[in-house]
Design a protein around this ligand. Structure first.
Ligand code: SF4
Ligand code: SF4
Length: 488
């Protein structure tokens, strides 16, 4: 991998066994827990649901259904913040636990003889999305043939440790799911990738790999952001995915290990995706750990399960310490693509004002996408959108590698994120303005046509009125002329 950083791993959360959170009283289940269009609620306030029942139906193939994580009654369906860059507010179904209504609602397990399209349909029905953080609906991602499948266990971002723990505790589910994913996409070669620092996970995989012929373990250097799809493909396959392309364009599928485990559960046990593993970590949380939680659990309850905040807690992030989203409070619910909650103390120097760029080039050396962050910085300050885009702004993966190496302390990543949002917002506003202008022009055209039609009708009516008068006058004139003529 080009560039990147070697960071302190802070994987304390992986040291203790996973803890399962069951006893929850209420959940807030978002209809948008994936990239693409939100799911459409199919329940109403007052409905009783069983765990596994459908709460929201997929809006289209780029969407994903959402299922109830507990036996509950629907208390409310309200709009609230999504905590995703793609949407500000989104519908959430609020559930309040009821007495058990019996066994969870599952789909029928599928067997070895099931064809690839039926398996893919199962992945869609179960609401499986990429659990590594990107949240692409997995069934959509599985479309088209691939030659290589990479199971991504490279959890390179500091503080995130749920995949590490999953591999230690349930490597069989990951490898079993990987086998199903390979069947669906037709991959001949299956690799499972982990970092060289994940010793316990490597041992757990080696202990069961013999039962999964055709799957090869590959250990990659512990360097951030080695777990990015493009970086991993370059390291393992020596192939560069084009900046404007996708891994499918080079015949490769990358799936997170938790996605593989969820696929295994959906196919072999018929379980829809209603729970996920989340790490709670950072230097300002009392007892870091990995938890299996129902989707929709508020962050506050998750942090409480990890012993709560320390007195000096300042930063609360949904995600890891490099790419996580800062939260204003802990009311946000966990969604399918949230793999971590990180709580940190104040960071030294984080409030110092930025100094001018000295063009040292350290940011370019650290950028894994081979961008020139100093150029992007200059163009974003000038709001020169044309040159920003020409310099590859939208290829920036917001990994944050350019920030800690900058001697001037310039918050480069935040600048690039804001520039992208501004350009995207302006593009949306332009489309809206164009649509409004077209609607106005069409209305004007309709008004003109209506007016012309009315004028035509008025003229026709006038003709109908005046013509008999003209005819009567003509007859009178003819008659008068006849009377004046002498008899022959
Ligand atoms: S690291 Fe900072 S100071 Fe150096 S070139 Fe990049 S933006 Fe400028
Ligand atoms: S945040 Fe963007 S510009 Fe900075 S190192 Fe990462 S990819 Fe490069």
């Amino acid at each position: 991998m080009f560039g990147g950083l070697r960071l302190a791993p802070h994987k304390e959360a992986a040291d203790a066994p996973m803890r399962r959170i069951e006893a929850v009283e209420s959940l807030q289940v978002s209809m948008l827990q994936h990239s693409g269009r939100p799911a459409r609620p199919v329940v109403q306030v007052g409905d009783r649901v069983r765990r596994g029942d459908l709460l929201g139906a997929a809006a289209d193939v780029r969407s994903a259904p959402v299922h109830a994580p507990i036996d509950a009654v629907v208390e409310a369906i309200v709009e609230q913040p999504s905590w995703l860059p793609s949407a500000d507010a989104i519908l959430h179904v609020h559930l309040r636990r009821t007495d058990s209504a019996g066994a969870p609602r599952c789909l029928a397990p599928l067997g070895e003889c099931t064809d690839a399209e039926a398996l893919r349909e199962r992945v869609r029905e179960a609401g499986i999305v990429g659990l590594g953080g990107a949240g692409f609906p997995t069934a959509d991602k599985l479309g088209g043939d691939r030659s290589v499948l990479i199971l991504n266990g490279v959890e390179c971002e500091p503080h995130i440790a749920c995949d590490d723990r999953l591999l230690r505790e349930d490597a069989r589910a990951v490898l079993g799911g990987g086998r199903w994913l390979a069947r669906i996409c037709g991959a001949q070669q299956v690799l499972i990738a982990v970092e060289d620092s994940m010793h316990a996970a490597i041992d757990a995989l080696r202990a069961v790999l013999a039962d999964f012929p055709g799957i090869t373990l590959r250990v990659v250097p512990d360097r951030y952001p080695q777990g990015g799809e493009r970086q991993l493909i370059a390291t393992l396959c020596g192939v560069e995915v084009p900046a404007d392309g996708l891994p499918r364009d080079v015949g490769i599928l990358v799936a997170n290990v938790a996605t593989a485990a969820a696929t295994h559960a959906a196919i072999e046990r018929g379980e829809p995706l209603t729970r996920r593993w989340v790490s709670v970590s950072g230097d300002a949380v009392a007892a870091p750990g990995v938890f299996e939680v129902p989707i929709g659990l508020p962050v506050a309850e998750l942090v409480a399960a990890a012993g709560g905040y320390t007195a000096d807690a300042v930063h609360l992030l949904l995600g890891g310490s490099m790419m996580g989203t800062a939260l204003p409070d802990d009311a946000a619910p966990i969604g399918k693509l949230h793999n971590a909650v990180t709580v940190l103390r104040a960071r030294a120097g984080s409030t110092a004002p930025a100094l001018p760029c000295i063009r040292c080039g350290a940011c370019a050396d650290a950028c894994p996408v081979r961008l020139l962050p100093q150029q992007l910085h200059a163009f974003s300050r000038a709001e020169d959108d044309g040159r920003l885009q020409a310099q590859g702004l939208f290829a920036c993966i917001e990994c944050g590698c350019c920030d800690p190496v900058c001697p001037s302390g310039i918050p480069l990543t935040a600048q690039f994120r804001q520039a992208k949002q501004r350009i995207q917002l302006e593009a949306v506003q332009r489309v809206q303005a164009d649509t409004a202008r077209q609607r106005h022009e069409l209305r004007q055209q309709r008004l003109l046509e209506t007016e012309a039609l009315r004028a035509e009708r008025r003229e026709a009516r006038r003709q109908q009125v005046t013509d008999p008068i003209q005819a009567a006058l003509a007859r009178a004139r003819a008659k008068a002329a006849g009377e004046r003529e002498p008899p022959a």
